[in-house]
Ligand binder design. Sequence first.
Ligand code: DC
Length: 216
Amino acid sequence: MSQSLVIAVDGPAASGKGTIASRLAAHFGLPYLDTGLLYRAVGMGVLAQGGDLDDEAVAAAVAGALDPSGLSDDASLTTGEAGEAASRVASHPAVRAALLKLQRDFAAQAGGAVLDGRDIGTVIVPDAPAKLFVTASAEVRAERRWKQLTARGIEISYEDMLADIRKRDARDAGRDSAPMVQADDAILLDTTDMGIEAAFDAARRIVETARAKHGL
Ligand code: DC
């Protein structure tokens, strides 16, 4: 696996990691997997069944039967409700185990791949040659997410958005199973004071450096 360009992009909600990861994929001509969508689909699948998000067995059954095709076209997975449901089912070890092979297989594609999430560089592809941990202050992330949602006509106050972001960070970083944490060998990219162009440019340079280092 270390022979191909696998780019692991981790970080908290609304850090810009999704935009950065998809742009890196386009730039380097690699397939891209937004792993948050898998957890979002599991969370929404449990809710659609009238199930309890805290019921590990139910959530693991949904994860085991998940069809990952078409998730990126499903607008219902972009909602705050889906993000919250995802964060809750993501704390179950059996759910994470059920989604592991799919993610590792994606990363093992011959030419390489870009994956973004919370545990890509620590658990899914620990030997990835390029690892980024993208973050920004909670206030800036809440403001970005608030602007996105209000532009889509969704009403939420900035204070509620900030509280949501903080709650999600605490749950994702505080869980026992594959918590969100920067891998020892990941490069930190703090986008608090950066626009998307500057952030992408910094990310591209981090990947170019990793590529040269690994002779890829
Ligand atoms: O990246 P996102 O906001 O779409 O992720 C939604 C939730 O899914 C996030 O709060 C935690 C969980 N998640 C995870 O635990 N591990 C991943 N690799 C990706 C997402």
